[in-house]
Design a protein around this ligand. Structure first.
Ligand code: T4K
Length: 381
């Protein structure tokens, strides 16, 4: 106990994130064009402009917009003809793994690296069987998977690779855009992501024939007016979402810069506490800056991650424990042989330790300092 008075709680809830939004008039200008054309969906003009703009922004050649990040993942699995077993991480959103199930595939969980929290290539190697067709890595929190080693394993064993890049918009390794690795990279443009179109997502591929196939998969299977080439689904992004995305795209760099300032407040104010570590971004990685996360080791820290998360709420600060529910613990996966706890000790520990702090440009550095004051108080009392 320090005896110092508790800092006051925030007057309004402070969420883990807030969506990026353009000035209303910029969005309205795009809406006027949509109204004039009376074209609302099905690969409209704004949709196509956003595909083009994203290709340029992300420095990739082929990108298909879709309705959300979960459908992006599922369509990538379909278009690349995954079959049988697919090796993936349990430390992710259920979206990654549930999309496998939706495609009739069997997830095989491999543990993660203790530092990057991405899938461990050594554990991929040991999980490969004659039924394995593919590897799905997740660039979790915008941290790249070990793309070099995963690529080598895939080539040697003739496996496909999809990266779930839902958190990795704008991530690069040594200046190379993350979406240039693997057979496909999927993105999410959900409201809570760095770049958003309210709901939305995309699939980036290297092969133009795969893009053509994906464009049929998202349009009920159609290619042209008279041919249905695959048993597709409706995964289209509409014009209103595409317009929001187009208006938001120009704001991403400034948002990342504002988040960088907040990250440096958190990193400097929270450093040096026993049992608390900040997730470090390697110098050769430009991270998307979607999250700012701490790890709390409850066996060393004065309180557990869950206790800190609970106590922050009393100050109106709503941090999130992404991803405290390991996919391998979910009722429909926990009986898989690869889901047993002894197979996934690193993922288990990460699930128990990670806490994502409020992190968005509009938070501002003053509020970040206040959050640190609150954490100081909780830590010492
Ligand atoms: N792969 C990975 C690795 C993913 O993390 C995700 C999704 C996907 C794939 C699938 O992509 P999508 O199909 O969703 O495009 C959020 C998002 O809903 C989800 O997109 C995301 N990952 C996941 C990690 O986080 P929740 O349950 O945390 O969302 P929610 O509604 O609690 O929002 C968090 C905070 O954001 C709120 O407390 C307040 C703020 N917020 C939220 C919304 C929706 C706003 O201020 N405004 C808003 O409109 O899942």
């Amino acid at each position: 106990m320090t005896g110092a008075p508790a800092p006051p709680p925030f007057d309004e809830p402070i969420y883990v994130t807030r969506p990026l939004l353009p000035p209303l008039r910029e969005y309205a200008a795009l809406l006027e064009g949509i109204w004039e054309r009376r074209w609302l969906s099905n690969e409209g003009q704004v949709h196509n402009a956003l595909e083009q703009a994203l290709c340029e922004y992300l420095r990739v050649r082929h990108l298909s917009l879709v309705a959300n990040g979960t459908l992006a993942i599922a369509l990538a699995y379909r278009a690349l003809r995954f079959s049988g077993e697919v090796i993936t991480t349990p430390f992710t959103s259920p979206a990654t793994v549930n999309a496998l199930t939706w495609c009739g595939l069997t997830p095989v969980f491999a543990d993660i690296d203790p530092v990057t929290l991405t899938i461990d290539p050594d554990r991929i190697e040991t999980a490969i069987t004659e039924r394995t067709s593919a590897i799905v890595g997740v660039h979790i929190y915008g941290m790249p998977c070990e793309v070099g080693r995963i690529g080598q394993i895939a080539t040697r064993c003739n496996l496909r690779v999809v990266y779930d890049g839902a958190h990795a918009f704008g991530t690069a390794i040594d200046g190379k855009p993350i979406a240039q690795f693997g057979d496909a990279t999927t993105l999410s443009f959900h409201a809570t992501k760095l770049f958003n179109s309210a709901e939305g997502g995309a699939i980036v591929v290297a092969d133009p024939h795969v893009k053509e196939l994906i464009d049929s998969w998202r349009m009920l299977g159609f290619r042209g007016e008279d041919t249905v080439v695959v048993p597709g689904i409706n995964a289209r992004m509409n014009e209103l979402e595409a317009a929001l995305g187009l208006a938001n795209l120009g704001l991403v760099a400034a948002e990342q810069a504002a988040r960088a300032e907040i990250a440096s407040v958190y990193a400097s104010r929270l450093a040096g506490r026993a049992g608390m570590t900040c997730y470090e971004i390697p110098p050769n990685v430009s991270n998307s800056r979607l999250y700012f996360l701490l790890r709390i080791d409850g066996s060393v820290a004065p309180l557990s991650r869950d206790a800190l998360w609970e106590r922050l709420k009393r100050f109106n600060v709503f941090a999130r424990r992404y991803f405290h529910l390991l996919c391998s613990d979910l009722a429909f996966y926990r009986d898989l042989p690869s889901a047993r706890a002894g197979n996934l000790p690193v993922a288990r520990r990460a699930a128990d330790e990670v806490l994502c702090l409020p992190f968005y440009g509009g938070l501002g550095v003053a509020a970040a300092h206040r959050i640190c004051d609150i954490i100081d108080h909780i830590w010492m009392n």
